[in-house]
Design a protein around this ligand. Structure first.
Ligand SMILES: [Zn+2]
Length: 126
């Protein structure tokens, strides 16, 4: 993270911590069921304009939970990398990931070139 200033570093760490807390809360809602009503209200507010997919809602819920679980993993991984000094370096080629990219996606693991290379590979495989 030599390419990041102390201020940029602190900002990204704060964003990661905040995202972690947010995901934790949402996953607790998904699994705990205690704030089910709260969650339903949230869903209604989010797509109040196009409500024709009540049936798919449960599956959508599951998919959302899966994605959030994966994101939670990525965020805690990024925080671990912050602690041991590997943060901000591409996991594949060790290039420095620019601050602008990290600001948009603080848990980014790879530089843009490696990331799009992987996406091309994934696209071909599918
Ligand atoms: Zn790379």
């Amino acid at each position: 993270m030599r390419h990041l200033t102390a201020g940029q570093h602190a900002l990204l760490e704060a964003e990661l911590q905040q995202r972690l807390a947010q995901l934790d809360r949402r996953l607790a809602e998904h699994h705990g069921g205690l704030s089910r009503a709260e969650h339903a209200r949230e869903v209604l507010q989010q797509d109040g304009d196009d409500a024709p997919q009540r049936e798919g809602e449960r599956e959508l819920d599951m998919a959302l939970s899966d994605r959030e679980t994966a994101e939670l993993g990525a965020v805690s991984d990024a925080l671990a990398r912050l602690r041991d000094g590997r943060y901000g370096l591409c996991a594949d080629c060790e290039a420095e990931i620019p601050f602008d990219r990290l600001r948009a996606e603080p848990w980014a693991l790879r530089c843009v070139a490696c990331e799009s290379g992987r996406e091309r590979l994934a696209g071909r495989a599918a």
